[in-house]
Write a protein that binds this ligand. Structure first.
Ligand code: C2E
Ligand code: MG
Ligand code: MG
Ligand code: MG
Length: 291
C-alpha cells in the first residue's frame, strides 16, 4: 500500500489539493440538487442588427443561485457539470426551459424571433441528442426555426465525425446551428465548410481588439467574408462600446450582442426591454451611450 512505501506518497495530495477535490465533490452534489429542484434559471441576452436595430434573437445563459454560496458563475459550474456527468441533464434542462419560454413569448406576442441555447461539447457526442431536441420541440409546440443551438470549436477536436453527424441531424429537424466563440478553439476554416452552420459567433476577444489591434479587424473582416460566401449569419460577441458597434456596422456585420445593447436579462424584464427597444427604434441605436 502507498502508506507502506515510506509514508511520503501522501505528499502528492497536499491538504490544499484535498480541500479542492473535496469542495468539488460538495459543489457537484449541490449542483445536482439545484438541477433537480429548479434552482437554476436562464437569463436572456438580446441580439440585434447594428444597422437597423431589428431584434435577431436572444441567447439563453444559465444562472445558479445557491442559498448558501450565493451566485455561482457558469464559467465555474459548466466545467463542474462536465466533470460530474451532469452536463447532459443540464443541456436538456436548458433546451426545455428555453423552448417553453419561447412558446410563452409567442402566445404573448413578444417580438423575439429565436432563442439560442449553449450545448457542451460532450453533449454533441451523445447519439440521443437530436431525438431529444425533436421531443422537446414537439412537447413545447414551437417551430424548429425558433431554436438555435450553439456549439463551441472544442466540440470537434475529440470526434469530428460524430459531431458532424449530430449537426446534420439537428439541421434536418429545422433547428439552427451556431458556432460559438469562433477563433479561440482548435478549429480550422475547413470545419466551417464541413459543418452545416447557420451562424458563426466571433469571440469577444476580437471585438475587444477592434479599435486597437489591426489583426482583430483583419480577422473580423475575414470571418464576415466567409459568412457572406457561405450564406451564414455572423454575430459579434461582447460589443461594449459604440465605437465597436459603428465599426462592425461599417464592416457589414449583421448581428451584434453585448453589454452595450443589453446585459443578459431576467425573464420578467424581457417584454419591457423589447417594447422599449422597439418603440424607440431606430433611435434606440443612436441613443446608446458613447464609449
Ligand atoms: P458564451 O456562450 O460565449 O456566452 C457569452 C458570455 O459573455 C456570457 O457570460 C455573457 O454574459 C457574456 N457577455 C455578454 N456580453 C458581454 C460583453 O459585452 N462583455 C463581456 N465582458 N461579457 C459579455 P456567462 O453568462 O457568464 O457565460 C459564460 C459561458 O458559460 C458562456 O459563454 C457559455 O460558454 C457557458 N454557458 C452559459 N450558460 C450555459 C448553458 O446553459 N449551457 C452550457 N453548456 N454552457 C453555458
Ligand atoms: Mg454562447
Ligand atoms: Mg460566446
Ligand atoms: Mg464562451
Amino acid at each position: 500500500r502507498a502508506r507502506d512505501a515510506g509514508g511520503n506518497c501522501y505528499r502528492f495530495f497536499s491538504p490544499a489539493m484535498n480541500q479542492r477535490a473535496h469542495d468539488r465533490v460538495i459543489l457537484g452534489s449541490a449542483l445536482r440538487t439545484a438541477l433537480a429542484s429548479d434552482r437554476l434559471r436562464l437569463v436572456y441576452q438580446p441580439q440585434v442588427s447594428p444597422h437597423t436595430g431589428a431584434i435577431h434573437g436572444v441567447e439563453a445563459l444559465a444562472r445558479w443561485h445557491d442559498p448558501v454560496r450565493g451566485d455561482i458563475s457558469p464559467v465555474r459550474f459548466i466545467p463542474l457539470a462536465e466533470e460530474t456527468g451532469l452536463i447532459q441533464a443540464l443541456g436538456e434542462w436548458a433546451l426545455r426551459q428555453a423552448c417553453r419560454q419561447m412558446a410563452r413569448w409567442m402566445v404573448e406576442g413578444i417580438g423575439i424571433p429565436s432563442v439560442s441555447v449553449n450545448l457542451s461539447a460532450r453533449h454533441f457526442r451523445e447519439p440521443g441528442l437530436p431525438s431529444m431536441i425533436a421531443a422537446i420541440l414537439q412537447e413545447t409546440g414551437i417551430p424548429a426555426n425558433r431554436l438555435m443551438v450553439e456549439m463551441t470549436e472544442s466540440t470537434m477536436i475529440a470526434d469530428l465525425d460524430s459531431t458532424i453527424q449530430a449537426a446534420r441531424a439537428i439541421r434536418t429537424l429545422g433547428v439552427g446551428l451556431s458556432m460559438d466563440d469562433f477563433g479561440t478553439g482548435f478549429s480550422t476554416l475547413a470545419n466551417l465548410v464541413n459543418l452545416p452552420l447557420n451562424e458563426v459567433k466571433i469571440d469577444r476577444s476580437f471585438v475587444d481588439g477592434l479599435n486597437r489591434v489591426d489583426e482583430s479587424r483583419l480577422i473580423v473582416n475575414a470571418v464576415l467574408g466567409i459568412g457572406r460566401n457561405l450564406g451564414m449569419s455572423i454575430v459579434a460577441e461582447g460589443v461594449e462600446t459604440k465605437q465597436q458597434l459603428e465599426l462592425l456596422d461599417e464592416l457589414g456585420c449583421p448581428v451584434v450582442q453585448g453589454f452595450l445593447i443589453s446585459h443578459p436579462l431576467e425573464v420578467e424584464h424581457l417584454p419591457g426591454w423589447v417594447r422599449t427597444w422597439q418603440q424607440s427604434y431606430p433611435a434606440s441605436l443612436a441613443r446608446l451611450p458613447a464609449a
